[in-house]
Design a protein around this ligand. Sequence first.
Ligand code: ZN
Length: 375
Amino acid sequence: MSSDRREGQQETTVNGNGAVGSNSQPVAPTTMRATATKNSGQRLRQNPNNEHRPDSYEDLQLDFPNSMYSSLEKYLPPSILVLSREEKVKFMTEIMLRHLPHGERSRAQRHKDYRQKIISNYQPLHRELYTLVPALCFVPTFINAINEGTEESIKSILSQPSTGVFIDNFEHWVGETKFRIMRPNTMNKYGAVLDDFGLDTMLDKLMECFIRPISKVLFNDVGGATLDSHHGFVVEYGKDRDVDLGFHVDDSEVTLNVCLGNQFVGGELFFRGTRCEKHVNTATKSDEIFDYCHVPGQAVLHRGRHRHGARATTAGHRVNMLLWCRSSVFRELKSHQKEFSSWCGECFCEKEEEKGRAIDALRKKLFKVARVTQA
Ligand SMILES: [Zn+2]
């Protein structure tokens, strides 16, 4: 048995992250619209006020995805709606926190304190990274293709380098301050969550303005057009860092994986077919085997459910930035779907086999009818 087949057959892990608000699904406003708020006695509206134009919350450091505040604002009672943006945030945060189970709630509070501590202590080395200036981050051909937004233009940039940012400051800071960093996910012991360092607004913009238009064309079958939250982090591989990464699927609909550098040997990604939850441990087919060598400054975009892993980085030091993009709409729809996922390699084969069997049965039946008529 080749090692490739073993990779396809070994247990596939779902790589999740422990951060509040990114591991759990965003709470849809509809689930809490009729709820009374304990302290103020204010109730959310039964139905959204669609005429109301919500405030923008993008520039704030919030406990929940910024877009949730804008969505929830349409449900605010008139007396709250006239308050300042900060007061509305307070009101909405209280509501959202109350809808989390108790354990989650204290975890959310701890995570809030943790973020606050970082923001007030950490001195960014590259302030310009905190606002996404396309002209500084992307090559012109990439920006033009996104602006054009057609399938043809998107596909024309697929093999082109996209971003070239460098983040080299924070491990040094971690070492100096002896700060205990929450690591980005269940599988990496090094690296950090970029959102915790105040980069969530920038990453939201990266997802909304760049990843979503591409995913709409390439990954529409897994909610590519409706990506609405993210988990952004960096991982480090090499000596004194993580060495490799086991076979897994991401807790995302679409994953952006950018190689930031530097000099390294090894660390190839291996991909082994996209699978739904039911089929995640089924064997790899030969046409699903795909290995990819990282190139600093280049990015890979793939479905989160595309099974993959990273081989050992045998020399040097490799840093990658990951952006897990999620769609609450897709997750909601998926929870109601009982059978066949169009994007799962195994579901697709089962469906084809079923079709084959049906055609076969029909052929036999017709043959029988023909013989009876002849006789
Ligand atoms: Zn399947």
